[in-house]
Design a protein around this ligand. Sequence first.
Ligand SMILES: [Zn+2]
Length: 169
Amino acid sequence: MAPKKTIFDGKKHVSPDHPAYKKIDHLKYLKIEPSLFGEDDEDDLGRILLLCAQCGHLVTKASEKIEVFGLHEHSFTNLGYLVEVGCFRNASGCIGTNRISTGYSWFRGYAWQIQVCENCYSQLGWEYISPQESFYGLMFKMLREDDNRPGENPAPDGAALDPPENISK
Ligand SMILES: [Zn+2]
C-alpha cells in the first residue's frame, strides 16, 4: 500500500505532493531552463508575451520574471483552493484596485494590492509592496502565452526538456 500523502501540509505553501501541483502545461516559459548559453535564454524569454487568458490583453513578458525568496513559482492555498503564482518585476497590463492591504500576506514583509487586467478587469493577481521594492504575483491560470517566433514550428511540449538518452558514444 502506498504511503499516505499529505495534500495540504497546513502551512501556507502547498506540498509538492498536491495532485494539481506543477500542472501548468500551458505556459512554456516555465520550462526554459537556464543554460550555459545564457543569451539564447534571454532571447527565448524576451519573445514570450504573457497575455490575459480572458481577453488576450498584454500583461507582461516572460523576461520580467524574477525570483522572490529564491523561487519564481509559489503555490498557496486560499480557502482550500490551490493558487499558483509567478513573480514578475513588472506587469504593465495590470491595474491596481482597492486599497493596499497590510493584512495577512502570502509574502512576509510585503503589503498587497489586488491587480486586474486593465482591459477586461479579470483579477490577475496581486502587487506586493515593501518599503524596499515591489513585484507582481500573477496567477498562472489567468495567463496564456503568445510566442511569436517567426518561421519556426514550435517543438512539441517538453521536447526541449528531454535529456538526450540515445546518444551512443
Ligand atoms: Zn483581460
